[in-house]
Design a binder for this molecule. Structure first.
Ligand SMILES: [Zn+2]
Ligand SMILES: [Zn+2]
Length: 329
């Protein structure tokens, strides 16, 4: 029966209801009013929405089964490997960089706002490099392969991406004086909201949310980020606030005449776990192998995706510039 026990615990874990379940069992409902209690009620929101979205897909006969199946496999794989390395990296970075913090912050609302802006900055750096350095793109591309947008995409990540992302984000935050408790609070908000912005058209068709689209990052912005349309490629790197996209000129709103086409430019068999998970690494390996000379080999690893030693670059910058030139011409 051990197998059934494990399975039961995994399902409860996936749904994120174990904490809430403990409180219900204890009969002491007043603890729902504590921070942990509120957290225990927010945790299950995304998994339950994933299930609802999946069921809606079945009802409307748009099951997108390929995407769900592979994203589920990825979830299972990462569940056992990626998360542990990421937690270890966060702990290490806090220990390493706390003594070098440039300023001191405290647990007040204004430091919370400061901390959130700093977190978004760390997120911007990790995410921008994830798109602009081919080696890091290998870690991030798995998240961009799905050709449909829905909440299961939240789980589509290469297992080394979380450690890579958390190393950069934690280092930036700790160096700028963030206290670990504040960091974990922000990670929780960021993780929950960052999952929600993958909500699909099945559930919310127009995800611009009116005036909110002007002041924060909505699922509509993130749909743009996941699109391979030349106009949309490599834009909207932020997660909840889009300050840094505006500062660095990567802000792009969804245009009514340009429907997002999801996915990456490489032809991928999105129903094949190995291709979704390792496809970009294999492609980089082939390019490095074939490239003449050490300089070209290194350039493939560190230049943006689409860079070519032949000079026929297909980077997003060039694709977008060509598109803009044609559109205005
Ligand atoms: Zn991305
Ligand atoms: Zn995403």
């Amino acid at each position: 029966m051990e197998v059934l026990d494990t399975l039961y615990n995994e399902i409860i874990g996936f749904l994120g209801i174990s904490q809430a379940w403990e409180i219900i069992k204890s009969g002491d409902y007043s603890s729902f009013r504590t921070f942990e209690g509120v957290q225990s009620l927010i945790f299950p929101i995304i998994p339950l929405l994933v299930l609802l979205e999946f069921v809606l897909g079945l009802v409307y006969k748009k099951p997108q089964t390929k995407v769900y199946k592979v994203n589920f496999l990825i979830y299972v794989f990462n569940r056992f490997v990626g998360r542990f390395i990421a937690i270890a990296m966060v702990t290490l970075c806090i220990g390493w960089f706390e003594p070098y913090a440039l300023i001191n912050t405290g647990p007040t609302w204004y430091w919370f706002i400061f901390a959130y802006i700093v977190w978004e900055f760390g997120h911007f750096i990790y995410h921008y490099l994830g798109h602009k350095v081919r080696l890091f793109w290998c870690l991030h591309a798995t998240h961009h392969v799905p050709e449909n947008m829905n909440l299961s995409v939240t789980y589509a990540h290469f297992f080394l991406e979380a450690p890579y992302a958390d190393t950069i984000r934690t280092t930036v935050c700790i160096l700028l004086g963030m206290e670990p408790a504040m960091l974990f609070l922000i990670m929780f908000i960021d993780g929950t909201y960052g999952a929600f912005i993958h909500v699909g058209e099945n559930m919310i068709k127009d995800a611009r949310f009116g005036f909110l689209n002007k002041i924060m990052l909505t699922p509509s912005h993130h749909r743009v980020h996941h699109a391979r349309n030349p106009l949309y490629m490599d834009t909207n790197f932020c997660n909840l606030l889009n300050i840094w996209d505006r500062v660095f000129g990567t802000y792009q709103e969804e245009q009514t005449d340009t429907k997002p086409e999801y996915g990456i430019t490489r032809k991928v068999n999105s129903g094949n776990f190995l291709d979704v998970y390792f496809g970009e690494i294999i492609a980089l390996g082939k390019d490095v192998w074939k490239a003449p000379g050490v300089k070209n080999k290194l350039a493939y690893i560190f230049m943006p995706p689409g860079w070519s030693h032949t000079g026929e670059h297909k980077t997003s910058k060039i694709v977008r510039a060509n598109y803009m030139a044609n559109r205005s011409g």
